[in-house]
Ligand binder design. Structure first.
Ligand code: NDP
Length: 263
């Protein structure tokens, strides 16, 4: 494998073993960059690393983003191996969809730990390396569940809403030192996570509620992330971009009203 120039940009993608995170990793690789994948699922991560078959540009590290004692050495390993960090995509996330009364405190705490503490911890660990590289970009993967409330999502929706505010806090403070921070709020995307929590009835209801009448693809989310990390987005800081087929815009997009239009 040919060595890569020291100035080839490096992106850290958490939850990069599969799903949206893997599509984001592909975006960076397709654009000539190097990628570090951090994931808690060692088996899937190893399979992904083998499939990518690009040891010169890909580094895979098993890491729980909610644990600072694992994140710090993982990020140091990325910096030692690649010599720089330019972008961080806080994508690792978990979903527990249950009524409030059935959500245990342990489930609540774990969802908050992974979806909110994780981005805080990882951004803090990457910041000194981005500063050494002359600046950087962070993208936090939130959700439409953080934009609009729903049943069964007290923990998940709250974690994602808090992540959007953390995005603004980070953007204001880190923007001063040349690190831009933005968030993407994806609508439903066909991944293992969605398959686990979306029944056929939920899928049909999403198709009804989304103006584009379909799920998004991991590649469509990745393209938006890549844009926000690119020089084309050099003046975008502290924003939440919904990549959701128009779901968030459709405040009173009632299916009955849409049927009137169709009729
Ligand atoms: P997946 O569950 O398919 O992939 C997430 C990956 O992150 C898995 O490999 C998972 O491992 C890993 N992961 C989970 N917890 C941790 C942790 N503590 N530390 C490191 N890695 C971890 O999810 P998606 O690709 O669907 O989702 C990616 C992001 O997009 C999430 O933040 C999610 O909330 C968000 N999102 C997804 C939507 C969707 O419809 N799919 C919609 C809106 C937002 P393991 O398998 O062991 O859990």
């Amino acid at each position: 494998m040919a060595p890569h120039a020291e100035n080839t940009p490096v992106a850290v993608v958490t939850g990069g073993a599969r799903g949206i995170g893997l599509a984001i990793a592909h975006w960076f690789l397709d654009h000539g960059q190097r990628v570090a994948l951090l994931d808690i699922d060692g088996e899937t991560l190893a399979a992904t690393e083998r499939a990518l078959a690009d040891s010169g540009r890909v580094l895979a590290i098993v890491c729980d983003v909610a644990d600072p004692a694992q994140v710090r050495p993982a990020i140091e390993q990325v910096a030692a191996r690649f010599g720089r960090i330019d972008a961080l995509v806080n994508n690792a996330g978990i979903a527990v969809f249950k009524p409030i009364g059935e959500t245990t405190h342990e489930e609540w705490a774990r969802v908050l730990a992974v979806n909110l503490d994780g981005p805080f911890i990882c951004t803090q660990a990457c910041t000194p390396h981005m500063l050494k590289a002359g600046g950087g970009a962070v993208v936090n993967i939130a959700s439409i569940s953080g934009l609009r409330a729903s049943t069964l999502r007290a923990a998940y929706g709250t974690s994602k809403a808090a992540l959007m505010h953390l995005t603004r806090q980070q953007a204001v403070e880190l923007g001063n030192v040349g690190i831009r921070v933005n968030a993407i709020a994806p609508g439903p995307v066909d991944t293992a996570m969605a398959k686990a929590v979306h029944t056929p009835a939920i899928r049909a209801a999403y198709h009804e509620a989304i103006p584009l009448a379909r799920y998004g693809t991991p590649e469509e989310i990745a393209a938006a992330v890549g844009f926000l990390c690119s020089p084309q987005a050099a003046y975008i800081n502290g924003q939440v971009l919904a990549v959701d087929g128009g779901f968030d815009a459709a405040g009173i997009g009632l299916p009955a009203l849409r049927q009137l239009q169709a009729g």
